[in-house]
Design a protein around this ligand. Structure first.
Ligand code: C2O
Ligand code: CU
Ligand code: CU
Length: 559
């Protein structure tokens, strides 16, 4: 049974009106009231929108053989084509993950999203340049049984984007249960490169999960610490499977589309044979030229397209993509394990050990052995600091712990459609945003400048002094901005712990177009971006999904 989302909204509007309330127009400032759904949300199918691809996408409870021999309760996105071609949808066999949706730049896409999970939800198209109504704002959640219509033109460059739920407070849990999928865009420029296609273009979604004895997914333990830190799992899943092997052909050339779809975990990725990783593209598409890196840092929500050439591999050999140790464990551990917040029940994979991510079994010879790695991939201009209207005084956003054991951005947490003055930007302008990971709280600073960001500073009493909470607060924050792709102007690691920086510094990519960055404790980055085409409210937030759910998320408004 499908019912239109408007019905409930209409009833709500009608009864408010009948009761004599003034019904606010769309985006009137209604800062105080977040409990009432905005009755103005107009969301109908527009018959005049002629879609190239028209999809039914349903989120529903599912059963999945994550382990080959047992069935696990999950959630899944399932899709069917109303209009379009078979090439538009690629199902990942037996996975809880949604289908890979493949489109071309310029395609007009309609998605009829039907929510069949027993909770409010909404779909966000991570990385896509779309209007507010198509962005999956938490204020647009729909209930079980309702449908939300998305209609947009794909304006992004060729690249690896993705989609996932975005209901406030429940994104972490719903992604964890299985709701996520890839959204792959191609364009004319990319087609000319003849990069590996079809079976040679392979999604690799990396996630970590924890299972109980019945092989059911276990989310967070009871301890508040797990939540403060973000979920860390005991097992790596590739494309939703415990079996992390790919069978590829000797001498073949492949394009691996890596997505870190984990709730909070980052990876330091390297080939176990010591060969460099050849990066073709990042969040917002291809780099200008392939980039060879000895290892790669991949934070939550980040994507990277990797070239894999098996021509040096003999049949029946094996190579692995591994996680290399990084000294991040104590960042959240330390004193939090001590009792006040309750013990962590988790035996999660420690950051500081090597473990396997993906295992590639090299089988019979592949057919595309003549595919070539292009020397140049894409030509584009990046934004220049001199174009920014605030180049002398960048907008600064500090991601840090606030006074009440909350994760905050400039001391604030998410509050519905609330948007501060300093979060309001102008259409058709270019700006620099300086994002900063709580460096003023750095434990090696020798002033007593309020480890708790005000309120509790200085006394060090219940919070355990410098060594305790000081460390706890130094967590990485994977920062994401909706609706646009930015360039990185600067990555300042002066205040990053020396050991941590030493272990990670060669793994960051500052080139190209990106929508998510991994901000180490103490790190500060200057991002440059342009606000184009759409006015309205969009989100920026920490993509550690537990932090996001706790409110480390804010709106910015384009006016
Ligand atoms: Cu992938 Cu607002 O997020
Ligand atoms: Cu996003
Ligand atoms: Cu965070």
């Amino acid at each position: 049974m499908k019912k239109n989302v408007n019905r409930r909204n209409f009833i709500q509007t009608a009864s408010l009106a009948a009761a004599g309330f003034y019904v606010m127009p769309f985006f009137a400032s209604c800062k105080s009231d977040t409990s009432t759904r905005h009755p103005e949300t107009v969301n109908k199918m527009n018959k005049d929108f002629i879609a190239d691809l028209d999809l039914q996408l349903t989120a529903l409870p599912s059963q999945t053989n994550i382990y080959p021999d047992s069935s696990t309760k999950t959630y899944s996105y399932r899709a069917s084509i109303i209009k379009g071609s078979e090439d538009n949808l690629q199902n990942i066999e037996g996975s809880y993950l949604g289908p890979v949706i493949r489109v071309k730049k310029g395609d007009k896409v309609r998605v009829r999203y039907e929510n069949q999970i027993p909770a409010e939800s909404i779909v966000h198209w991570h990385g896509l340049h779309v209007s507010h109504e198509n962005d999956g704002h938490p204020e647009h959640v729909i209930s079980e049984g309702e449908t939300y219509y998305y209609e947009f033109e794909v304006m992004n460059r060729a690249g690896t984007y993705w989609f996932h739920p975005h209901p406030h407070k429940h994104t972490g849990e719903q992604v964890y249960k299985g709701l996520a999928g890839l959204f792959i865009v191609s364009d004319k420029e990319e087609e000319k490169l003849n990069l590996p296609q079809g079976e040679y273009d392979i999604p690799v979604v990396i996630q970590d999960r924890t299972f109980n004895d019945n092989k059911q997914l276990q989310y967070l333990g009871d301890g508040q610490m797990d939540r403060m830190q973000g979920f860390l799992g005991e097992q790596i899943l590739i494309n939703g499977k415990i079996d992390n092997t790919l069978n590829l052909g000797a001498n073949g050339k492949y394009r691996l589309r890596l997505l870190n779809g984990s709730n909070s975990r980052a990876y330091k990725l390297a080939w176990d044979n010591g060969e460099a990783i050849t990066v073709l593209g990042v969040d917002g598409g291809l780099l200008k030229a392939p980039k060879r890196m000895s290892y790669l840092m991949l934070g939550p929500a980040q994507r990277v397209d990797v070239w894999l050439d098996l021509s040096q591999q003999s049949e029946n050999s094996r190579i692995k993509l591994v996680h290399l140790p990084i000294p991040l464990d104590m960042m959240g551990g330390g004193m939090m394990n001590g009792g006040m917040m309750g013990n962590s029940s988790s035996n999660h994979l420690p950051y500081d050990t090597q473990f396997d991510i993906l295992e590639i079994n090299v089988g019979a010879f592949a057919e595309n052995k003549d595919a070539q790695l292009p020397g140049e991939l894409s030509s584009f201009n990046t934004l220049a600091a001199t174009d920014a209207i605030n180049k002398d005084n960048p907008r600064t956003f500090t991601f840090a712990m606030g006074g009440m054991m909350e994760w905050t951005i400039n001391g604030r947490t998410y509050n519905g459609t609330e948007v501060a003055e300093e979060e309001t930007v102008k259409l058709d302008t270019t700006e620099i945003w300086r994002i900063n990971n709580g460096s003023q709280f750095s434990s090696d600073s020798d002033d007593d400048s309020g480890m708790m960001g005000g309120g509790m500073h200085g006394n060090g009493g219940m919070m355990g002094g410098q060594g305790g909470m000081g460390n706890m607060m130094q967590m990485p924050h994977p920062v994401h901005i909706h609706q646009l792709q930015f360039n990185i102007l600067n990555r300042d690691a002066d205040k990053v712990d020396d050991k941590l920086w030493e272990a990670t510094k060669d793994g960051f990519i500052n080139e190209g177009w990106q929508d998510s960055v991994y901000l180490l404790p103490g790190m500060q980055m200057d991002l440059i971006m342009r606000f184009e085409d759409y006015k309205g409210l969009f989100l920026y937030h920490c993509h550690n999904l537990e932090h996001e759910d706790m409110g480390m998320m804010r709106n910015f408004k384009i006016v």
